[in-house]
Design a protein around this ligand. Structure first.
Ligand code: TYC
Length: 102
């Protein structure tokens, strides 16, 4: 007898997953030599933070050793890392910035 729970047919649901591009965390690392004001400037200049936000994040890195500065697509993250590393090198500061897949 047919009816609820007695259906002999097989229903296959196809779930189509939305393709999301992978995201990358940009990390700023602490060191003993880069001046605090320089790090604050980097965060304002390359990550669009206001002074208060930049200062807070700089202190977080200083205290914890590192912090996530932002999450971006691969290309944007790569560009941010390159800009920070180049700017730090040009000013002869050992500041390190890296990226990591989320
Ligand atoms: N630790 C540095 C100092 O005392 C400041 C600093 C903060 C350096 C954050 C790097 O990512 C950094 N001058």
């Amino acid at each position: 007898k047919d009816g609820p729970g007695n259906d002999t047919s097989v229903v296959t649901k196809t779930r189509t997953r939305t393709q999301r591009p992978p995201l990358y965390k940009v990390l700023l690392l602490n060191d003993d030599y880069t001046p605090m004001e320089f790090v604050v400037h980097v965060l304002e200049r390359f990550f669009g933070m206001n002074h208060a936000q930049a200062f807070e994040l700089m202190l977080m890195v200083h205290k914890k050793g590192l912090a996530v500065v932002g999450v971006f697509s691969f290309e944007v993250a790569e560009t941010k890392v390159a800009q920070v590393m180049d700017f730090a090198r040009r000013h002869q500061h050992p500041l390190q910035c890296t990226m990591e897949k989320e």
